[in-house]
Design a protein around this ligand. Structure first.
Ligand SMILES: Nc1ncnc2c1ncn2[C@@H]1O[C@H](COP(=O)(O)OP(=O)(O)O)[C@@H](O)[C@H]1O
Ligand SMILES: [Mg+2]
Length: 306
């Protein structure tokens, strides 16, 4: 598959408060494939918005290069094929949802009312399209923003913190919409510091901290290394010890024994061994690594410069 976004050593520096300069985006190598949902994750101030603005050609890189849909960043032809939902979109509050789409549509020369209504239906706002933006909840404002970002039928969408400050139901609506974008063959680049939301929808992620990419890859790969805990009673400790499972720990609890082992191991073998000795399995609990864990690990251990 072709790359939707590629950056090579992309860097943005600003004058530091005291003296010299600071790289807020520091030699970034990003690779986003066409058709995927890519999560660009990091704490506040990590450099996410700055990166997006460079990719959009809104600000110039200090050094390095970047390509969006095969064109060098700043190439204006690409703008017809991409769209951008900023972190804090500013809309004219007195406009209705429909008027807002008409207004932005006119910037692309789109005047087809049926198209506006179809987009409002897609984001489930058709019943509210004559209400003004000031009457919209935060989730509705975000949804009208997504409708607006689809006006030019983009191949690639940049969504900067699309679920920031939303309640769980609104989160879910946005998440489902983003998944539908992928189903339509679009590439979606999402920045976020809210990991649990992104975890559910992203194919690949990059974790950025202080301008530096700490990890990048398939979520399934990055989240490898989970554990399984099996608790049992009525079995001798020696039975579980003799299984010789690598990288496993055996703990004696008041209620029995707890074996904690890597998730790659098949728990059925352990369960069979316990039952063959008339022991009783009390629980089998997978402890999947979560993106949250990875994020904390990455940001605290591999934190880069400070
Ligand atoms: N125009 C600017 N001048 C100086 N520093 C800036 C400017 N824009 C952003 N920064 C700094 O760059 C860092 C990264 O900001 P940003 O990209 O907005 O982070 P994020 O979107 O990940 O929260 C922050 O420390 C911010 O203060
Ligand atoms: Mg930001």
């Amino acid at each position: 598959m072709a790359a939707a976004i590629e950056t090579k050593q992309l860097t943005k520096s600003y004058k530091a408060r005291q003296a010299g300069t600071i790289n807020v985006v520091d030699h970034l190598d990003l690779h986003v494939e066409e058709g995927e949902i890519f999560g660009f994750l990091g704490p506040n101030g990590a450099g996410k918005t700055t990166t997006i603005k460079m990719l959009l050609g809104i600000i110039y890189p200090t050094s390095g290069e970047g390509f969006v849909l095969g064109k060098e960043i700043g190439d204006m032809d690409v703008h017809r094929l991409i769209s951008y939902l900023p972190e804090r979109p500013y809309y004219y509050e007195h406009m209705t949802g429909l008027e807002l789409l008409k207004f932005y549509g006119s910037l692309f020369g789109i005047t087809d009312k049926a198209k506006f209504i179809a987009l409002l239906e897609k984001v489930n706002l058709h019943r509210d399209m004559t209400k003004t933006i000031s009457q919209y909840s935060k989730g509705m404002q975000q949804r009208v923003g997504l409708a607006q970002s689809l006006l030019n039928d983009p191949k690639l969408l940049f969504l900067d913190e699309p679920t920031g400050g939303l309640d769980p139901i609104a989160h879910r609506e946005i998440r489902d919409l983003i998944l539908s974008f992928r189903d339509e063959g679009r590439t979606v680049f999402i920045s976020s510091h809210e990991l649990s939301e992104v975890e559910l929808i992203c194919d690949r992620v990059a974790i950025i901290n202080k301008g530096v990419i700490a990890r990048q890859g398939k979520l399934t790969e990055l989240l490898k290394g989970g554990r399984i805990e099996i608790t049992a009673e009525g079995v001798p400790e020696s039975l579980l010890k003799n299984l010789n499972l690598p990288d496993s720990n055996l703990r004696v609890l008041a209620s029995g024994l707890m074996l904690d082992m890597p998730e790659e191991n098949d728990p059925n073998g352990v369960i069979d061994a316990i039952r063959s000795q008339k022991g009783r399995v009390i629980s089998v609990v997978p402890r999947r690594k979560r993106l949250e864990d990875l994020f904390v690990e990455t940001v605290t251990v591999k934190g880069g410069k400070s």
